[in-house]
Design a protein around this ligand. Structure first.
Ligand SMILES: Cc1ncc(COP(=O)(O)O)c(C=O)c1O
Length: 352
């Protein structure tokens, strides 16, 4: 290969251009809504660009009210932020956190956030042994595997954490893509617990990762404490506007769920038919795939696809996935999914 750089992270188009040459890529490496942003969001952004000369609202009362209605929680239980990632980084800074627990493989920013706050991280296959001061991160559905944890199991875990004096953080960045949709969310349960926290991201569902918007849902006292750790004006004016506009569009969410479900099934079946690949069932808008063909690794396959203008996620950088045998692909449009499958078949030797 002659390239000794670390694996590309999802959606890093600039580095992809440096590696594979400047061109139009089809990006399966970041898990963004295949429909793109709601059209009304793009219109409203264009119409209001001139107002960037003003500071954003530091209190965000309107956005909190809209998020509250959407997530079925009271506005004082909501802390908006500059994407879910910013908020994840605030959490280990809470007083009294002794250890962050993450199951593997999962989103790497939980451990990175703990390390940034000098909080020890323990990787564990399950959450059987909890202690006071532990903060557990549960990604639901899980990135990168697509595994879904049903609400009754989340509830059980929340009860167990509460009993032990531990915090349970449920990251629902991809929950709206699951067949259950909002009904699967633990956000409305937050009022019943003292130590349940939900992380929500609007960047996946509304396809605005470049704009950034997310929120935390937690009991009001915890929200106040976390808000004091956050810099002022974290949510910019355009992100607030985009979020408030997008949250009104219920039909967009329904269309998203239907299109994702159709294309997830199409892509899963297509991957299942490929020689040398083994996709995992997924509840999200991405699919985790094991590479069984000994002639290929995650790195060589990602690289070969990149040279063909198709970005997939090499999972070698995920803790717990040693051996370089996994990739993750986003669920995209029918035409794009067909192109992905055709290129994979060409490289791997066809269909079983
Ligand atoms: C599981 C998970 N949570 C949170 C995030 C952060 O999302 P954002 O900061 O764009 O809201 C991501 C981004 O990839 C993610 O995969």
């Amino acid at each position: 290969m002659g390239r000794s750089m670390a694996p590309l992270h999802g959606g890093d188009l600039r580095r992809a251009a440096a590696l594979y040459g400047s061109r139009e890529f089809i990006d399966f490496s970041a898990n963004i809504n295949l429909l793109g942003p709601p059209p009304q969001v793009l219109r409203v952004l264009a119409e209001n660009l001139k107002d960037v000369v003003h500071y954003p609202d530091p209190h965000l009362e309107g956005l909190k009210a809209d998020l509250g209605a959407f997530l079925e929680v009271d506005p004082p239980c909501i802390l908006p932020g500059n994407g879910g990632a910013e908020l994840i980084y605030l959490l280990p800074r809470l007083e009294g956190i002794r250890q962050v627990l993450v199951s593997t493989p999962t989103f790497s920013e939980y451990a990175a956030a703990a390390k940034a706050s000098k909080v020890p991280v323990r990787y564990c296959p399950d959450f059987d042994h909890l202690r006071q001061g532990d903060m557990l991160f549960l990604c639901n559905p899980n990135n990168p595997t697509g595994r879904f944890t049903p609400k009754d199991q989340v509830l059980q875990l929340a009860r167990k954490a509460e009993k032990q004096g531990a915090w349970l953080v449920v990251d629902e960045a991809f929950i709206d893509f699951t067949p259950e949709g909002r009904a699967a969310s633990a956000a409305p349960l937050v009022g019943d617990f003292e130590r349940l926290i939900v992380v929500y991201s609007l960047t996946k569902l509304f396809a605005i990762p470049g704009l950034r918007l997310g929120c935390l849902v937690a009991p009001p006292g915890l929200i106040q404490a976390l808000g004091q750790l956050q810099p002022p004006w974290s949510v910019n004016f355009l992100a607030e506007l985009a979020g408030r506009t997008a949250l009104q569009d219920e039909s967009f969410r329904e269309r998203t769920r239907q299109a994702t479900s159709r294309q997830r099934e199409f892509l899963y079946q297509g991957l299942l038919a490929q020689k040398g690949l083994r996709p995992y069932p997924s509840a999200a808008n991405f699919i985790f795939v094991a590479i069984d063909d000994p002639d290929w690794t995650g790195t060589t396959l990602t690289d070969a696809m990149g040279r063909r203008g198709i970005l997939i996620r090499n999972c070698a950088s995920f803790q717990g996935l040693e051996g370089d045998r996994h990739i993750r692909v986003a669920v995209r449009t029918q035409k794009e999914n067909e192109r992905l499958l055709a290129e994979l078949a060409d490289l791997l030797g066809g269909i079983r």
